[in-house]
Design a protein around this ligand. Structure first.
Ligand SMILES: Nc1ncnc2c1ncn2[C@@H]1O[C@H](COP(=O)(O)OP(=O)(O)OP(=O)(O)O)[C@@H](O)[C@H]1O
Ligand SMILES: [Mg+2]
Length: 249
């Protein structure tokens, strides 16, 4: 279980807080989809969890141990993709595996090839990030986290730069990998539809300073025709009602 307990974040002492009293208890294998207005601190929350930004108060635990990149494997798809410009696409994908000293045998290389194939980036292996489109960079960043088999997966608007059809295909690929590996996931998205399609729970945040206003159970995970079900329409209406009421300036 991933526990975020009373976490506050300030970027510097003189600035007002960015995140206020964040509390989440995420059971292993759940997907929490987070929706919040632009600038409310969503990326900051993922950076705090992954250890890139210090938090001022509170604690973050994985299975009752303090979460740290040293002792745990944290998959992060940052909003800016986080690729190293001086490394090729393939070396970017291998980077976290090498940091973790993961054995890469023939079977694992085949798995990496398979994931790259599904993300349609196999032909880009030897290219450098600066010569890729935004959507291609995003798919490389997705591949890097998907092959890592992390303890937790943090995805910051991971499909935002993709065309509608590619996005749906990669959402399916994510769900397949998630089912195989039972990965505890936090997903940030601006799309209500995406949150409902992928989240087992949906978290709605307030404007700055970011607080959690509501955590909704998502019944859509259990129905057929997830994108068009009555349940989808119902929860989308509930989410839009909360956003309209709570995000007003
Ligand atoms: N390194 C930083 N130093 C100081 N302030 C920062 C820093 N990074 C972000 N902020 C501020 O913290 C607040 C939250 O930023 P954050 O990037 O977490 O928002 P967000 O919810 O991810 O927004 P978006 O939906 O636009 O991506 C914003 O007011 C932003 O200007
Ligand atoms: Mg952000």
């Amino acid at each position: 279980m991933l526990e975020i307990k009373n976490v506050d974040v300030y970027y510097d002492k003189n600035q007002s807080e960015v995140l206020r009293e964040i509390n989440l208890q995420i059971e292993t294998g759940e997907i929490y989809a987070i929706i919040g207005p632009s600038g409310c601190g969503k990326s900051t929350l993922l950076k705090a969890i992954s250890g890139l930004t210090p938090y001022s108060n509170g604690e973050i635990l994985l299975n009752k141990e303090k979460l740290s990149a040293k002792h745990h494997t944290i998959g992060l798809i940052p909003q800016n993709y986080g690729l190293l410009p001086w490394k090729t696409v393939f070396d970017n994908i291998l980077l976290p595996l090498n940091i973790k000293n993961r054995q890469i045998d023939k079977a694992f290389l085949n798995y990496i090839d398979e994931v790259m194939e599904k993300l349609e980036i196999s032909t880009l292996k030897e290219r450098f990030p600066n010569n890729l489109s935004g959507g291609q960079k995003q798919r490389v960043s997705i591949a890097r986290s998907f092959v890592l088999q992390p303890d937790i997966l943090l995805m910051d608007e991971p499909f935002s730069a993709l065309d509608a059809l590619t996005r749906e295909n990669i959402q399916e690929l994510f769900l397949k990998i998630w089912k195989e590996q039972n990965i505890t996931t936090l997903l940030i998205t601006h799309s209500v539809e995406e949150a409902i399609y992928l989240g087992t729970k949906i978290v709605i945040m307030s404007p700055l300073p970011g607080r959690i206003i509501k955590i909704l159970d998502n019944p859509v995970q259990k129905v057929e025709n997830k994108r068009t079900s009555v349940e989808h329409l119902q929860i989308a209406t509930d989410i839009r009602y909360i956003m309209t009421k709570e995000w007003k300036k």
